[in-house]
Design a protein around this ligand. Structure first.
Ligand SMILES: Cc1cc2nc3c(=O)[nH]c(=O)nc-3n(C[C@H](O)[C@H](O)[C@H](O)COP(=O)(O)OP(=O)(O)OC[C@H]3O[C@@H](n4cnc5c(N)ncnc54)[C@H](O)[C@@H]3O)c2cc1C
Length: 381
């Protein structure tokens, strides 16, 4: 019997996890990635909850730990850099959670998947034509090919979703916040803490990431008409205008915004769809259900990819049934995270001076709240 072929669009967290598990389930995966090689964005992401179990089964937990970052607390600072609040990062998660730069996560997943996967870098799908027996795919650069199945794991701005389900505006919801990140040239001032500066509607954080810092700018703003996530000149202008007059290290960080060649900038968005599949084509990760950076997007991407591959392995002759089971199971993890996005945004980027003061006061109470929780017996809670 010939192996079933699967094209996966996107070599991100979901795409590489899918490739690994589909090969284990008896499929022959090909991954097409638009970027020329491994992504450079070092923004820290988390592997936690169900994704920790997926990592364990892949035998990559030790490697993930080796690459983990060192942030033990999120410190809020004022104009002069004085600390105004502190949240220990262990309050966000559980034992076994690992935070690491996305580049390292991608590289570790790549190593796990590459033996049984064909990777094609620097290309993208342009047309998908499905019939009863398979999907004919055309590419920007490579010649046309035919696959049994096509999976879109190509992120927030998914090409597969656009080609099969319709334009981005039907599914992508701007959450009223923009995010920009860039790697810093020097080490962070505090290698054990994320430092965050706020003024109403604006936040800037410096995050330690294995020896160097990553700066993140997050600000509230309505959707910019004609916004293009690839227009770096526009991004530089928006950041300079938005952060004019800000204190702390912001003027120096803006200087680096002007000179860096590695600026990431996008709208913080949620993706919501009524269905994640049709016929022989399905979506995974951010392409299907982005929870924005305020959710557990990387963990959900790994967990969803595992479930999708597992279900396809159970009924390889009936992909539609497998896609339905995957969607039913994975939506249970995704939906609570999607509902929590506005609350997380309010915590990190309060819109008003009053909201900011309340947030900072609340963080001073957090150690008390968590100590009280430990004193209350679990049964009484
Ligand atoms: C700044 C920032 C901070 C974040 N912080 C956290 C965090 O702390 N914790 C957390 O859990 N999550 C975080 N996230 C979210 C997390 O990064 C994503 O949810 C996760 O990476 C989703 O994985 P994915 O594989 O679906 O998409 P991605 O990892 O985005 O991968 C998609 C891949 O598809 C490729 N691609 C795009 N278009 C095409 C195309 N047309 N053809 C071929 N390939 C294509 C892209 O180049 C990319 O490699 C953060 C996100 C951002 C932006």
């Amino acid at each position: 019997m010939t192996e079933r072929t699967v094209l996966i669009s996107g070599a991100g967290v979901a795409g590489r996890t899918l490739a690994y598990w589909l090969a284990r389930a008896g499929f022959r995966p090909t991954v097409v990635e638009r970027a020329a090689g491994l992504r450079s964005s070092g923004s820290p992401v988390d592997v936690r909850g169900p994704a920790s179990r997926v990592a364990e089964r892949m035998g990559v937990t030790a490697k993930l730990r080796e690459a983990s970052t060192s942030a033990e607390a999120l410190n809020f600072v004022d104009d002069a850099g004085r600390r105004t609040g502190r949240i220990p990062t262990r309050l966000f998660g559980a034992d076994g959670d690992i935070e690491l730069p996305r580049t390292d996560l991608a590289a570790i997943l790549h190593d796990a998947a590459r033996e049984h996967t064909e990777f094609v870098f620097g290309d993208s799908v342009t047309e998908l034509r499905e019939d009863a027996g398979g999907v004919d795919v055309t590419f920007e650069r490579g010649g046309p090919r035919r696959f049994d199945l096509v999976l879109g794991a190509d992120g927030l701005h998914s090409a597969v979703r656009r080609l099969v389900f319709g334009p981005e505006r039907a599914f992508v919801e701007h959450m009223g916040v923009y995010i920009a990140t860039l790697p810093l040239t020097g080490p962070p001032a505090d290698p054990a803490a994320i430092e965050m500066y706020n003024s109403p509607g604006r936040a800037v954080a410096v995050h330690p990431s294995r020896g160097h810092g990553i700066a993140a700018f997050m600000f509230r703003g309505d959707a910019v008409p004609g916004f293009d996530h690839r227009d770096t000149a526009l991004h530089r202008r928006l950041l300079t205008e938005t952060y004019e007059g800000a204190g702390w290290l912001v003027p120096q960080l803006l200087e680096q915004v002007r000179t860096t060649d590695d600026l990431y900038f996008d709208s913080v968005s949620r993706v919501r769809m009524d269905r994640w599949s049709t016929g022989r084509i399905a979506l995974a990760g951010d392409a299907a259900s982005c929870v924005s950076l305020f959710g557990d997007g990387s963990s959900l991407a790994m967990a969803g990819a595992y479930t999708l591959a597992e279900e396809l392995g159970r009924t390889p002759d009936d992909p539609a049934a497998a896609f339905r089971r995957y969607e039913t199971a994975h939506r249970k993890l995704v939906e609570p995270k999607q509902r929590a996005v506005p609350a997380a945004a309010a915590l990190l980027i309060p819109a008003t001076r009053g909201g900011l003061a309340a947030r900072n006061f609340g963080t001073r109470l957090l150690p008390l709240v968590s100590a009280a929780r430990r004193l209350v017996p679990a049964r009484a809670a």
